[in-house]
Design a protein around this ligand. Structure first.
Ligand SMILES: [Zn+2]
Length: 241
């Protein structure tokens, strides 16, 4: 192959590589995985809050139950005092009875409170279970997407490696100075460094060159420069001019 033909082939390979790499980067599963991970993070945040709520509710239930036990112990102590017969003073007995009644009311109130707290705690636990189930579903979906991404991505990765291997072969045949020029232009011109003269048009910038310029380029060296976009312009032997 001539230098011009090699340059054109290199340009073709680099465009194909750019396309494949872009597609690989934009595999729908990849975007979906990123979106899903964001969502999973949010759900994890909700789960943390649900956990904290449950812990607080459980602690409140325990505290309330402890209080009930404490009041019960007081009731037991007062009652045994009454039953022991050691208190004979009617005034004292009356005050003990009043105290017992008050303790009973207090106990009953705490028990109601405990029940309400238990309901809250159970509701919290049920909510947490729901969040956990949602999270588990999300993780399963994530695993599915990763598997699909690996399969598709693997195929593309292999195609990219094949193109890179072809590229290595092609550049081995190109004059190093010309290759440097090509790479510099590729970096400066959005990945396209070379055009082909098609009639009076540069295939890279699609500009019609003045007829005399096109003619001169067609008759000149195989690798020229586009007067418009300054890319390498290859003259294909035998092509119309
Ligand atoms: Zn051009």
């Amino acid at each position: 192959m001539t230098q011009g033909a090699l340059l054109v082939e290199l340009g073709r390979l680099d465009l194909a590589l750019m396309r494949e790499e872009k597609v690989l980067d934009e595999i729908p599963e990849k975007l979906e995985i990123l979106r899903l991970r964001k969502r999973l993070k949010e759900i994890e945040g909700v789960l943390e809050k649900a956990d904290a709520y449950c812990r607080t509710a459980e602690a409140m239930v325990r505290k309330s139950a402890d209080e009930t036990a404490l009041v019960q112990a007081k009731i037991d102590a007062e009652q045994s005092k009454v039953l022991s017969g050691s208190v004979t003073n009617p005034k004292e007995l009356q005050s003990l009875t009043r105290e017992l009644e008050a303790l009973s009311r207090r106990k009953s109130a705490i028990e109601d409170e405990t029940l309400a707290l238990m309901e809250k705690s159970e509701a919290g636990a049920a909510q947490r279970e729901k969040v956990e189930a949602t999270l588990a579903q999300g993780h399963a979906k994530e695993a599915e997407l990763i598997a699909a991404f690996r399969e598709k991505g693997g195929e593309m990765q292999r195609a990219i490696e094949k193109l890179r291997a072809e590229r290595t072969k092609v550049i081995a045949g190109i004059d190093p100075a010309l290759l440097d020029k090509y790479e510099a232009l590729r970096a400066a011109k959005h990945g396209v460094a070379v055009g082909v003269l098609e009639g009076d048009v540069c295939s890279a910038c699609r500009t019609h060159l003045p007829a005399d310029r096109a003619q001169a380029i067609a008759l000149g060296p195989e690798v020229a420069e586009c007067p418009n976009c300054r890319r390498l312009l290859v003259v294909v032997a035998g092509a119309d001019s």
